[in-house]
Design a protein around this ligand. Structure first.
Ligand SMILES: [Zn+2]
Length: 374
């Protein structure tokens, strides 16, 4: 016979098995599922497993056994295809007033299958204009609805919305924990350590990098940039094209995952009808955003490797034996050059987020770096 504590521990392992490194949040959600209030706010940078956390929580809220992780209700909630779990995704750059009105309408309807419904709203930090519309529903919720709001952060203008919710913090996963998890999946420790570093605390990114065989090769490509720039614009342009197409290749695991998701949705719609599954357009928009974010993350990781390559050269100046003869006597100039190169890379990295033209940004950076001898 198992104790009550062990019984409770079992479902969580299945419900949240896709989430790594968020044990505090999982413990809070498990406790919350036993006696839920009307709104929860999950706060943390993207890529920490927000979606599986929200879906696992929804499963725990809807499952007749409190989240067994095995029944049909749990399965569909976790797969994002349960009609009483509605996921609201913005279509444009912000959560709009129309999105918020839809949330309000949904919150008033009765659950389609069970005793409760869960409404998950993503990117609530981008809901400044929509917030006043949401507020009333959050303050006077219909009894059968539980809100799960997701936010990268809580800007000042969202403080009122946040104050109506139980706030649960998500934290970037420490590289050591990511490395151990990767080693646990069978990855060699050296590669796991390097990949964990490149994942920047994001389990989503670590998982996708692990699926992607080209990771080590792409790092090598970025590391080779300083020695391949020969001062000509032609070399810079060719290299920019090569780097972009390698970032494009890195997207393949994301695209494969997205294709799977759409296929799953298709077969579920065939079985249960279109009305029983989420709207395709919203999912496509979200997938599109994920792909763009992934490309930006990939380029940012590449920029970090490149900056490190220049930093290594800078450090090697401290050991003059390893310096090519041609450089002796111009150490000071060389230090200035390399420090300048690092600054150029870091500035370009910071610009990635708001610059929609990655190809132009990359080429401009490489042209500036061309002035630095490899
Ligand atoms: Zn269940």
């Amino acid at each position: 016979m198992t104790s009550a504590a062990e019984d409770r521990a079992l479902p969580a392992a299945t419900l949240f098995s896709d989430v790594v490194g968020q044990s505090d949040a999982i413990a809070q959600l498990r406790a919350a599922a036993r006696k839920p209030v009307h709104a929860y706010l999950l706060v943390g940078p993207p890529g920490l497993g927000q979606r599986p956390l929200a879906r696992g929580f929804a499963a725990a809220l809807l499952c007749p056994q409190g989240g067994c992780g095995a029944c049909e209700v749990c399965r569909r909630a976790q797969a994002g295809i349960h009609p009483d779990v509605v996921e609201i995704e913005r279509a444009g750059p912000f959560v709009t007033v129309d999105d918020a009105r839809r949330v309000v309408r949904l919150a008033q309807r009765r659950p389609l299958e069970g005793h409760r419904q869960v409404i998950v709203v993503s990117d609530i930090h981008l809901a400044r204009l929509a917030a006043p519309v949401l507020l009333k529903t959050l303050e006077e919720p219909a009894g059968q609805t539980v809100f799960v709001l997701l936010a990268d952060a809580v800007p000042a203008e969202m403080a009122t919305v946040a104050s109506r919710c139980v706030r649960i913090e998500l934290h970037p996963v420490p590289p050591g924990e990511l490395r151990d998890w990767l080693v646990g999946t069978g990855m060699a420790p050296d590669l796991a350590a390097e990949l964990a570093e490149a994942a920047g605390g994001s389990i989503d990114r670590a998982r996708l990098l692990a699926e992607d065989g080209g990771f080590a090769q792409r790092r090598e490509l970025w590391r080779s940039v300083p020695s391949r720039l020969d001062g000509t614009g032609a070399a810079a342009a060719a290299l920019a094209a090569e780097l972009l197409s390698s970032a494009e290749e890195a997207l393949e695991p994301v695209r494969a995952r997205h294709r799977n998701e759409m296929e799953g949705l298709g077969s579920e719609a065939e079985q249960r009808g279109e009305r029983a599954v989420p709207r395709r357009k919203e999912i496509e928009d979200r997938q599109h955003r994920e792909e763009r974010r992934w490309r930006t993350d990939e380029l940012r990781a590449g920029f970090a490797v490149l900056a490190a390559a220049y930093r290594d050269r800078l450090l090697s100046l401290a050991a003059p034996d390893s310096m090519p003869a041609a450089w002796s006597g111009r150490t000071e100039e060389r230090v200035r050059e390399l420090a300048g190169a690092i600054a150029v890379v870091e500035r370009s990295s910071a610009e990635l987020v708001r610059n929609p033209n990655e190809s132009l940004l990359l080429e401009a950076m490489l042209v500036r770096l061309s002035a630095v001898t490899g």
